[in-house]
Structures are given as C-alpha cells and as structure tokens.
Design a protein around this ligand. Structure first.
Ligand code: MG
Length: 439
C-alpha cells in the first residue's frame, strides 16, 4: 500500500529514517532467543461469511508452514482494529521469538502508555491468541494442554430462544431443548425495535414522539409473564436464562429480580448499565438467582474489580475485548480464588478461533459456569475449517495442535464485510419519547 502523503508528496507515515533511509529498528527482547525461530509477518484478515464482520490475525514465522491465528473481532469498529494491527502492532513483533508470549503481550499492552480499550485490546487479542496457537503447534498439543489440561470433558452451552410473542419464544425453546441442550436463554419481543435477541413490533405508542419506541415498563411487566409460562410449559428441569441488556436502573433491576424469583433462573445477565457497576452489589443482594455480568468490559483492571467487588456471580467477558487468552487466564485464576464463575460472551461476533479459545478456558478451569453457544452457518465453517460444532448441548475442544482451527483465505476473501450494517447497530433502540436506549 502506498503511504498517505501531504499535498507536496511528503509521506505522512515513514517506516524508515528520512535522512539515512535506514529502516527503524525493531524492538527486541533483552535476552538471546534460544533458537532461530522468529516472527516474520503479522496481518489482519477481515471476512463476513455469515454477514458479521470477523477479524482474525495471522502471525507467520520463518519456519515454513508454522503460523498462528487469533481472534481480533470488534464488529462495530473493525477498520480501527485492522489499522492498529497493521500500523502499530505488527512492527513491534517482526523479529521476535513467538514463544515470548507474556513479554510480547505486556509490551503491546504497555507500549501505548494509555491502556487499551476494545480497539487496542482486540488487536492485542489477535496477536496473543495467534502466539498460543503457534505454541500449541510447536508442542504438538492442543492449547488446553498447555494451560494445565482438562478438568472436564466439554463445555455445556446455552442457546438463544427469541420470538415476537411468548408462544413463539417457547416454541423455539422447545426446539433447542429437544436438540439436546439443557440451558436456554429466553427473550420475548417488545413493542418498538424490541431488544436484540427478539424482534419488535412498530407503532405501539401512537401520539408519542416515537410511536416505534421501546418502553421499560412494558418490558418489566412482560418478562415475569414470559418466565411464568416458561416454567409451566418447559418443566422444572430446563435451565432458563435471561439477558436484560443493561437497560434498567438499580431500582428497576431490584424489582425485576424479585419478580423473577419463583422461576429459578440459571442466571440473569447484565441488569444495569456498565456505568453503574459500582452498584451491582445492591442488585445482587436482592437477587435470588446468579448475576452474569461484564461482556462490555474492555479493561483487565475493570474486570478484576468486577470479580472482587461482590456484585457478580458469573464473569461474562468478551475474551478478545480484554486482550486475549493471556489476560483472560489470569482473570480465570482470580475467579477460581474468589468463588466467581465464568460465562464467556460468544454470539456471532466471536470468530471460530475466539470460540476455540473460550472452550480452552472452559475445560481447564474449575470456575467454569456456562458457555454461550452460537450455531455458525455453512459459510463460516467453509472459511474456518475445524470450526467447533456442538454435540448434545456441549462444545468439545479440538484435540489438534493449537486451536485446531484454520482459515481458507480464498474463501474468506469471497465474503467481504459491509461496514454500515454494524456502525450504528448498538444505538438503534429508542424510547417512546425518542431518547436513545443504551445497549
Ligand atoms: Mg448480553
């Protein structure tokens, strides 16, 4: 790619000294590598086989055929992640030994001085997971063995059941349970644009500035109705879950958890917005069911405070958004030591590589609680050979070296992303008065 230039033709970005023409020196580890293996390339690959932009980082080495893949997916801002990998992260890695995972991830994380948010951490995750993939391939071992080995065979999954009406939601839930799953998340459509996970219906609030709006009081009335019918129709054995999508005040959340008490939820997810997390202990004290929280947290320090702050039963991180496997496994250890469980975020905006990383954590920690499941389409499985496929409600890790997931770059290139579908995706729900509902 030609460098961007000022009007006079002078490059805005240089990879070499403008006076001497020498290439800028690469940062090296202050210790000699024990062999000649080196990182020779770091590049992002963007593909949208199921319509959702996925970002994967490929790290190449000077050992022919030895490369690694890591998930760097940030669907809503993927161009920013691509630029970060190409322009800022890759130059720091070329020439390093790929076994220095801890040092490389600390260097990438700390070298920007300001700690990364989701853009920088997704880029870091792509690199980090790719280095773990390489480590597994070098050892001839799946990553779960590098982490200390399994403590369980497989990760139990939950799938999403959503419908425009309670009957539709329960029909879908019955299909999921009949397919062998024991855990199902229930969401029912609301007037207006609904909530993601269930469709909405327009025009429910005539006379309001936004007749297509979403109304919190309607949601608070219908959600207990959904679970009363679910318990009556789906029986006592089914594990029922629900996602509030961060839409309640603390008082509203306390009211909802009390109203849902008779229906024995497996967990209630994200009852209040990220900005109010210091008040989670109030909600948790009132909640008879476990609270699963944290998919929007993009900082390891914030995630650690969430674990130790007494407001969370299940830590629900988007693993790539906090920087990948290396930081996530430290948070897993913290969970183990503090009695908090894990429930990683993994809908369609996690690539199959990221899903494999989630499962490696799931099967190696006693803190595992539950794993969100996603049924990838045929096109994703074409682009990512080795994509894990659930069996009887469980996801089993691949026994192949590394993640056991590859990428067909020719196929990936045939599914280019469409930017505008996701740029505004998270800010489309508005209340009847027209105000944006925070996602
Ligand atoms: Mg959620």
């Amino acid at each position: 790619m030609e460098p961007a230039t000022r009007s006079g033709g002078e490059p805005l970005i240089r990879d070499s000294d403008p006076l001497t023409g020498d290439e800028f020196p690469q940062t090296q580890a202050p210790w000699p590598a024990r062999d000649a293996l080196r990182i020779t390339g770091v590049r992002p690959i963007v593909t949208a086989p199921d319509g959702i932009p996925l970002v994967v980082v490929r790290v190449d080495t000077n050992d022919p055929g030895l490369y690694g893949l890591g998930c760097a997916t940030f669907t809503q801002r993927f161009h920013a992640v691509v630029t970060t990998v190409e322009r800022h992260v890759a130059p720091m890695l070329i020439g390093r030994h790929p076994a220095d995972i801890e040092d490389i991830t600390r260097m990438v994380h700390l070298s920007s001085y300001w700690r990364g948010g989701p853009v920088l951490n997704s880029a870091l995750s792509g690199v980090d997971q790719a280095l773990w993939d390489i480590a597994g391939k070098r050892a001839g071992m799946p990553v779960y063995e590098l982490l200390g080995g399994r403590v369980r065979s497989a990760a139990a999954l939950y799938l999403h059941a959503g419908g425009a009406s309670i009957s539709e939601t329960l029909d879908r839930a019955r299909e999921i349970l009949a397919a062998g799953y024991r855990h199902v998340r229930l969401q029912v459509g609301q007037p207006g644009l609904g909530s993601y996970g269930a469709p909405g219906t327009g025009g429910a609030y005539p006379g309001h500035p936004n007749p297509d709006g979403w109304d919190v009081q309607h949601y608070l009335r219908t959600t207990p109705e959904l679970f009363a019918r679910a318990r009556a129709e789906l029986g006592e054995e089914a594990h029922l879950l629900h996602d509030v999508h961060h839409r309640l005040t603390v008082k509203q959340a306390v009211g909802l958890v009390r109203a849902l008490e008779p229906f024995r939820l497996f967990f209630l997810e994200d009852p209040i917005p990220l900005e109010l997390y210091d008040r989670l202990p109030e909600v948790r004290a009132a909640a008879p069911m476990p609270l699963a929280v944290g998919e929007q947290v993009a900082s390891v320090a914030d995630a650690a405070r969430l674990v130790t702050g007494g407001g969370v039963d299940l830590l629900r991180l988007h693993v790539s958004a906090v920087g990948g496997l290396t930081p996530a496994r430290k948070l897993v250890a913290l969970c183990e030591l503090t009695g908090v469980g894990t429930a990683w975020h993994a809908p369609g905006d996690v690539s199959p590589v990221g899903a494999a990383a989630n499962v490696a954590l799931d099967v190696t920690t006693p803190a595992f609680g539950i794993q969100e499941g996603h049924l990838y389409g045929e096109a994703v499985r074409e682009v990512f050979p080795g994509t894990l496929v659930p069996r009887d409600g469980y996801l089993y890790p691949s026994d192949s070296p590394g993640w056991g997931i590859d990428i067909d770059e020719v196929a990936a290139a045939s599914y280019p992303p469409v930017t505008h579908l996701f740029e505004r995706w998270a800010a489309t729900v508005r209340r009847p008065d027209g105000g944006i509902e925070a996602p």
